[in-house]
Design a protein around this ligand. Structure first.
Ligand code: NDP
Length: 287
């Protein structure tokens, strides 16, 4: 039987409408509009598309948004100064530096320069540590979006075998931690994992974030499993595809996210949620 398709686009729309309503409520009560600043360095076309989508999403949710474009040869000092300016700006509750940065810039130092209370990507070591202990204000947008999809679909996590393939700091590791906080029994796989398919076939919930087109095939999945595909790969024909081979996996899985239209739309949605949270915390409101 074919799997249920988890419609991330629809769930993102519903979630964004709810965020917009809460942002409007905050503004009505306090006069404060949640504000996001996105810094982009250089002219990476993919980054420009992501930044443009973030700005559009903010405006649609009734939030204030600025994009600061800096030249590709911007110095570390100039970038740090820009962050300092935004740090002091009361209209800006969230600061995001679009990654990757050009190679001459120190990404870790930039992430550490964003104050944790404005770190809406949740990449700062303070926020990373808070996620580890389960006492956090912000969650990294993509893993948070995955959790929202599971919640929306009413998928029980407690006691389930959860397998995360990929261990990056922005997706795999925090994803594993969130599933663990939700009482899943979590296994994390990576490029050195032996007999990967033996592990993935144990998963009731499989989250894949490796960046390899169509890598996970139907024979690697337990019948009835929930399969969440975080991957976004551009094929030679310019089409976007995930890390999961949709045709074979959707024959075996119980539920599956498509690419595009699965996890992708949830990532920006959770950025809006984090910006709203940052604004509320800045003015001490708990709506
Ligand atoms: P990284 O390249 O940072 O990490 C990839 C991870 O996959 C690493 O941990 C690596 O293992 C592991 N891996 C690579 N090859 C294999 C393999 N053959 N078997 C098992 N594990 C393997 O990627 P990201 O986490 O940043 O992104 C992953 C994917 O998700 C990409 O396609 C990216 O575009 C997409 N993405 C999508 C987002 C969205 O909004 N939908 C947001 C962010 C990312 P090791 O650590 O051993 O090297």
């Amino acid at each position: 039987m074919a799997a249920k398709i988890i419609d991330g686009k629809k769930i993102a729309e519903l979630t964004r409408a709810d965020i917009a309503a809460r942002a409007a409520q905050l503004e009505a009560q306090s006069g404060v509009k949640p504000g996001l600043a996105v810094i982009i360095v250089g002219d990476n076309p993919a980054s420009q598309v992501y930044v443009c989508n973030k700005k559009k999403a903010c405006e649609q949710a009734g939030m204030y948004s600025v994009v600061i474009e800096m030249a590709g040869d911007t110095t570390q000092e100039a970038l740090m100064e820009q962050i300092e300016t935004l740090k002091a700006d009361d209209k800006i509750h969230g600061i995001l530096v679009q990654l990757p940065l050009p190679a001459h810039l120190d990404e870790d130092a930039v992430i550490a320069a964003i104050p944790p209370e404005k770190d809406v990507d949740a990449f700062h070591p303070v926020n990373t540590g808070k996620i580890m202990i389960g006492d956090y204000d912000f969650l990294p947008c993509t893993p948070a979006g995955v959790m929202k999809l599971l919640e929306h679909e009413g998928i029980e996590i407690a006691g389930k075998e959860c397998v995360v393939v990929g261990r990056s700091n922005i997706v795999g590791k925090p994803q594993a931690m969130l599933l663990l906080h939700a009482n899943g029994t979590v296994t994390v796989c990576h490029s050195k994992t032996k007999n990967l398919s033996d592990v993935t076939r144990r998963a009731d919930i499989l989250v894949v974030a490796i960046g390899k087109a169509n890598f996970i095939t139907g024979d690697m999945i337990k019948p009835g499993a929930v399969v969440i595909d975080v991957g976004m790969n551009r094929l030679e024909n310019k089409k976007l595809c995930g890390d999961v081979e949709f045709a074979s996996c959707s024959e075996v899985a119980g539920a599956i996210t498509p690419v595009p239209g699965g996890v992708g739309p949830m990532t920006i949605t959770m950025l809006l949620e984090n910006t709203l949270t940052a604004a509320k915390k800045a003015i001490g409101k708990n709506l």
